[in-house]
Design a protein around this ligand. Structure first.
Ligand SMILES: NC(=O)C1=CN([C@@H]2O[C@H](COP(=O)(O)OP(=O)(O)OC[C@H]3O[C@@H](n4cnc5c(N)ncnc54)[C@H](O)[C@@H]3O)[C@@H](O)[C@H]2O)[C@@H](O)CC1
Ligand SMILES: [K+]
Length: 514
């Protein structure tokens, strides 16, 4: 699914109004109606108090349309206008009048803290204060209103975007954003929903279709994409009946050090479980016995050194190399990596201490083959690109870094983000069960295994992180968050693959009365 920028959202609205020959008020009516339908379907007329807080722009206008429909359908509604500015939008004013005609009453204005109404935890708060039009810091008293909402512990539903959240930068002040339980976002989600710095304000979101021009939606190139099943499914490669193990490539995992051979085992197993035809592990000598006994499907090549990788020489011709898991930062290993990178031309996935070695010797970056995939977690990323101001700045710096070296950077996190050719691909699968040792090694293995099968760097990364997260999502159903371990992610990869083609369960037939 595409994530549109603020400018693209406004352009989509403008074009829709023009092409469908409707007014902006008509579009707002649609937006407000879609909010009403969503709520009405769930509340089914329940008399729960609904407090609609409207700003003075079009986000507030949406809130007024919603309030009007709630009133005409008999809901228990109170409407407030948060008066943070005198400049009301046209469509706000239009709907302000309409609400007044319907209720024969004015919405209550809030000018400062003394106007805050009583809110209990049994109420529903509708947050229609700021939308994507937020362009400067929010006034302190309005931030206090956001904090007041939070203290009330009422279910909070945000219209389009939690008020206070910018579309292109992080809020400077803690608590300057409405803590939303549910965001009803028009047409597509916003980038800020997926970034770690602002994730504390977001629980769940849903995109509501308000009929923005389909051609525009389809043809507009966006910087950011969120990857769901429908986005990765077209990447899947069918298997030919006459294929053999050579068809699916040979992955080589180079890594491990004394006490960290397990990382290589996990990554190598994941290479095969992702579908590669063959896997070889290149490890220090101490890794030979454990790998050969615990993982018979793998071939093993050993370094001359018992505990660390000291030279990278092999006589096989792998399709792809995954390098770095458990490798450590021993001086010998650093030298070996330098010598290897200066001559290697095989496609490469770099992870863990492989990245840390490069961070200390950035001259090596120029030797990475084009489309090399780097899979840093945030700390490893910082060592590579330096510190950033906020998540948006981090993404800009990562884009520039990836472009400079013509590589792909996968930033690991709750929503892993692949950065490639100035675009962002955000993963939608995965859960906190993945916060356990070894899951990163599995991800490296999965991506290496997909590259071995002929997936491009972008496909292998997007499909790989989707499958990895999906596997964890399926695994927690039986393992729970706490007990899930990295090996489970490998085991459940099978289910993640099968889930790609699973049909929705048929609706159970109602038992007939005897
Ligand atoms: N553009 C359209 O046609 C549609 C817009 N819709 C709604 O319109 C929203 C965007 O509306 P607007 O562009 O009017 O903007 P908002 O309603 O998000 O913001 C209100 C106004 O406040 C001003 N402002 C921004 N930051 C401020 C601050 N910190 N303190 C005081 N004033 C500030 C801005 O100038 C802005 O015009 C969307 O999020 C969505 O909810 C929907 O009605 C669908 C159609
Ligand atoms: K809002």
């Amino acid at each position: 699914m595409k994530i549109f920028s603020k400018e693209q959202i406004y352009e989509g609205d403008r074009l829709t109004i023009k092409k469908q020959n409707i007014s902006s008020a008509d579009l707002m009516e649609r937006a407000g109606m879609s909010l009403f339908n969503w709520l009405d379907l769930r509340l089914k007329g329940a008399p729960v108090p609904i407090l609609v807080f409207c700003g003075i722009g079009n986000n507030g206008g949406d809130g007024l349309v919603l309030a009007r429909h709630l009133v005409t359908h008999g809901y228990n509604v109170k409407t407030f206008v948060v008066d943070f500015s005198d400049t009301r939008s046209q469509d706000f004013l239009h709907n302000y009048e309409r609400l007044k005609e319907t209720t024969k009453d004015w919405p209550v204005s809030i000018h400062d803290e003394s106007d805050f109404p009583e809110i209990t935890n049994k109420d529903i708060i509708i947050d229609a204060i700021f939308g994507v039009g937020l362009n400067r810091p929010v006034a302190d008293w309005v931030i206090n209103l956001f904090k007041y909402f939070k203290r009330a512990e009422a279910l909070t539903i945000s219209v389009d975007i939690p008020s206070g959240l910018f579309t292109d930068r992080s809020p400077k002040q803690e608590g300057a954003v409405v803590k939303s339980n549910f965001i009803l976002s028009f047409q597509t989600p916003k980038l800020a929903f997926f970034l770690p710095g602002t994730s504390k304000y977001i629980e769940q979101w849903e995109a509501l279709d308000i009929g923005i021009d389909q051609e525009y939606m389809q043809n507009t190139e966006t910087v950011a994409h969120i990857l769901g099943k429908l986005d990765v499914l077209p990447m899947y490669k069918q298997r030919d009946k006459f294929s053999h193990k050579g068809t699916f490539g040979h992955g080589l995992i180079i890594g491990g050090s004394y006490g960290k051979i397990g990382a290589v085992q996990l990554a190598s197993r994941a290479v095969l479980a992702a579908g590669a035809g063959l896997v070889t592990a290149y490890v220090p000598t101490c890794g030979y016995v454990p790998l050969q006994s615990a993982f018979p499907e793998a071939m093993v090549i050993t370094d001359a050194d018992d505990k660390h990788i000291s030279a990278i020489n092999f006589e096989i011709t792998p399709t792809v190399i995954g390098l770095g898991v458990g490798i450590g930062t021993d001086k010998k290993t650093g030298d070996a990596l330098e010598a290897f990178l200066k001559t290697n031309t095989t496609p490469l996935v770099l992870d863990a201490d492989g990245l840390n070695i490069i961070s200390k010797n950035k001259n090596l970056l120029v030797h990475l083959p084009a489309d090399t995939i780097l899979t840093p977690h945030p700390k490893e990323l910082e060592r590579l690109i330096g510190v950033w101001e906020d998540d948006f700045d981090k993404l800009e710096k990562t884009k520039a870094f990836a472009e400079k070296y013509k590589i792909l950077v996968l930033i690991k996190g709750a929503n892993s983000i692949a950065v490639y050719q100035n675009k962002l691909y955000i993963n939608s699968t995965g859960n906190p069960g993945l916060a356990t040792g070894g899951t990163g090694d599995v991800l490296t293995g999965v991506i290496t295994g997909l590259l071995a099968q002929g997936y491009s760097a972008l496909e292998a990364t997007c499909f790989g992180m989707y499958l990895h997260g999906k596997s964890a999502d399926l695994a927690v159903e039986t393992k729970g968050y706490q007990s899930l371990i990295a090996s489970d992610v490998i085991t459940y990869l099978a289910d993640a693959y099968l889930d790609l083609f699973a049909q929705p369960a048929p609706v159970a037939e109602q038992p007939t009365q005897a």
